[in-house]
Design a protein around this ligand. Structure first.
Ligand code: FES
Length: 684
């Protein structure tokens, strides 16, 4: 009820529940600001931007203890009418800057009118991103120059920002100052500025400006710069939506497949680091241009880029020689976060004033990509003991809970990504991604990317005619190796049996070893896709490195088992948990405790792009994460050797054994042509 003594009206905002009394005639936007209600505005209440839309509710609200009468807000006015007729507005909505409070009222702020709206993530953890970007648009009306009070145009713009938006301390670079006067005059001293303030900035920086009210988009790129692939999300900085996601191969691969070979390239070839820096920057420029085209926006509207990457990629991106990362004590040039001008990194296909934020590294071998995974998955807030594995050319591993978090990096090599595998290829249409082998007939069936049918189902040949069956991707090779083991065609040591030992022609001799023929497309001019003994060895090395890293962290933490496992990385999203465990990639846990987080590093980059406070949060978290160095730890070698067996030489896998029976075979005697039946032993 309107307060009789003061004539003040009660204004209640939903969904925040904030409430307060205001004199009659107070604009809803003013009431919202005074209560700290999250109601957007770019034009500062001038009825131009329509960001301040609200929905008043009328009638009885026993929950709030108010009755809202019809005249609780001033009448629909001409500004609102003009906006609605030109641009359209949902019935029942009002402009918060135009509607004034005339009685007790309940006002809903719809999500699109909230500055700090939440963007719902579609991932296992369902954590939302709260929008709080470092760059925003503000419309201001600047005082015109006056001969009698001589001040510069920039100084009057700064005063306008202070008075109209409470923005103190504004700076602009020379290129912007050169454009300032014509833009101000074109807009009759009304301009829109793109204002940026990073988490370490003392001052606001004007990145761009336009005459009059400008509604063009502000965009940002979240980039996961990996050793093998560069993946980018193009995000709208207004609402966090992802307009396009794209990726390309890291061109540095031509200098070395993995990180250490790239460090060696820099060591052995004077200027090699400069070459690699140039290559990766060119690729990022190309990616920025192509992703902008894909989304149908101008790349010049990209004002921010957030990078997450491992330490070697980090240094090469920044143009720092990574040589120190190749030798103990693996010192980083800097481990802190960085805020830079994009042009300092020669990223020219963006807005010329675009800013870059690079997440902090955890240590010499554990980079900003692991920090991004920690930001996305928040092991430091987990009640139970979680193991997070970001599977890539280098595996980033985090173990911990709300008490303590440990991290390490393990050199798995590119086998999990389909590289160094005889029929390996990147995950693309035509690649085998799922495999099953019948334990009795030893016959395989498989699925390829781009087709939902199994290879044994009717219509498969027709459905895959377009793409062909071209190779095996990372998840396919993991399933293939695990299925070979489950079907008794592969022994715990990783040897493929002979045709005599296994009873199938598919285990065909290849020199002194055997290969399993998964698919022979030669009759139709396609490839013969096999899993060779060399492939098995490459997978064994990769999975041993991964497992040994995880075990090392468990030792350090003093735990024998973990409560749950999160598989991260683009590839982690496609791994079958059962097959990963048969292989012994991950420690033994109940299968339903193995989840996928998708590209968690990329998600972490998006969070840091959309929410400037998250940058402070991860910088603080990184200091609390304890780094374990695998390269110099003797126990790592010990774990690595034991983990070579499939699933493991010494560690028991009770959860796994409860759901599958691993055939107890040994093909040691048969590989070199010695013949004879492989021994089949009974369990127990
Ligand atoms: S604040 Fe811009 S239209 Fe209301």
């Amino acid at each position: 009820m309107t307060d009789a003594a003061t004539q003040d009206a009660l204004v209640i905002f939903t969904p925040s529940g904030k409430r307060g009394r205001f004199p009659l005639g107070t604009p809803v936007l003013t009431a919202a600001r005074q209560l700290g209600v999250d109601l957007d505005s770019v034009c500062g209440g001038r009825g131009i931007c329509s960001k301040c839309q609200i929905t008043p509710s009328y009638g009885d609200f026993p929950k709030h203890g108010v009755t809202v009468a019809d005249g609780a807000l001033t009448e629909w006015n001409s500004v609102e009418e003009r906006y609605k007729s030109k641009r359209g507005m949902i019935d029942g909505r009002r402009l918060g800057c135009q509607a004034k409070v005339m009685g007790d009222v309940v006002i809903d702020v719809p999500p699109e009118s909230q500055v700090h709206k939440q963007v719902i993530r579609k991932s296992a953890t369902q954590r939302d991103i709260v929008m709080d970007p470092a760059t925003r648009l503000l419309y201001v009306e600047v005082a015109e120059p006056d001969m009698h009070e001589p001040t510069g145009d920039f100084e009057r713009l700064a005063i306008a920002l202070r008075e109209q938006w409470q923005v103190e301390d504004v700076v602009a670079d020379l290129a912007l100052l050169r454009r300032l006067q014509p833009v101000l005059r074109k807009g009759e001293f009304k301009v829109t500025v793109a204002l940026h303030k990073g988490n370490h900035d003392d001052r606001h920086r004007i990145l761009d400006l336009w005459p009059g009210f400008h509604e063009g988009g502000l965009y940002g790129l979240a980039i996961d710069l990996g050793s093998t692939t560069i993946a980018a999300h193009l995000c709208d900085l207004k609402d966090g939506s992802v307009l396009a996601s794209s990726g390309l191969m890291n061109p540095q691969i031509r200098f070395g497949e993995d990180l250490m070979s790239r460090v060696s390239y820099a060591m052995m070839n004077p200027g090699g680091d400069v070459e690699m820096t140039r290559a990766v920057r060119e690729a990022i420029n190309a990616l920025a241009a192509s992703i902008a085209t894909e989304a149908g926006i101008d790349a010049g509207a990209i004002y921010e880029v957030v990078f997450v990457c491992n330490p070697v990629m980090h240094h090469l991106l920044l143009g720092i020689d990574p040589v120190e990362l190749g030798q103990a004590p693996f010192a980083l040039a800097t481990s802190g976060s960085l805020s830079l001008d994009a042009r300092d990194l020669e990223l020219s296909n963006l807005n010329r004033a675009a800013r870059v934020y690079v997440l902090p590294c955890i240590a010499g071998h554990v980079g900003a990509d692991a920090a991004a995974v920690a930001l996305s998955e928040e092991p430091n807030k987990s009640k139970d003991m979680v193991l997070i594995v970001d599977v890539g050319t280098n595996a980033e591993i985090l173990l911990g809970n709300e008490t303590r978090v440990l991290a390490c990096s393990s050199p798995t090599g590119p086998a999990f990504e389909g590289a160094q595998i005889s029929s390996g290829q990147r995950a693309a249409p035509g690649a085998i991604e799922r495999v099953e082998i019948d334990p009795v007939t030893k016959e395989p069936r498989f699925k390829v990317i781009g087709c939902d049918l199994w290879s044994t189902e009717a219509g498969f040949a027709e459905a895959t005619k377009q793409t062909g069956i071209t190779g095996i991707c990372g998840s396919g090779i993991i399933e293939a190796v695990a299925e070979l083991r489950l079907a008794g065609l592969l022994d715990p040591g990783g040897l493929i049996g002979s045709p005599e030992q296994t009873g199938t022609w598919r285990c065909s001799p290849e020199g002194r070893t055997h290969s399993y023929v998964l698919h022979d497309g030669t009759a139709e001019g396609g490839p013969k896709i096999m899993v060779t003994q060399g492939d098995i060895r490459a997978i064994q090395l990769a999975k041993s490195a991964l497992y040994a890293g995880a075990r090392l962290l468990m030792d350090e933490m003093g735990v024998e088992k973990v409560d749950r496992v999160t598989l991260a990385g683009a590839f982690g999203a496609h791994i079958s948990p059962k097959h990963a465990m048969v292989l012994g990639m991950i420690p033994d846990v109940p299968l339903d405790e193995v989840t996928s987080a998708g590209n968690a590093a990329g998600t972490g980059a998006r969070i840091a792009l959309c929410n400037v406070a998250a940058r402070d949060q991860i910088e603080a978290t990184v200091h609390q994460i304890h780094k374990v160095e695998t390269a110099i730890e003797p126990r790592f070698q010990e774990h690595f050797v034991n983990a070579n067996a499939i699933p493991h030489a010494t560690d028991p896998f009770p959860e796994l054994n409860a759901i599958v029976t691993l055939p107890d075979v040994s093909f040691n005697a048969g590989g070199s042509g010695g013949g004879g039946e492989g021994r089949r032993r009974r369990r127990g």
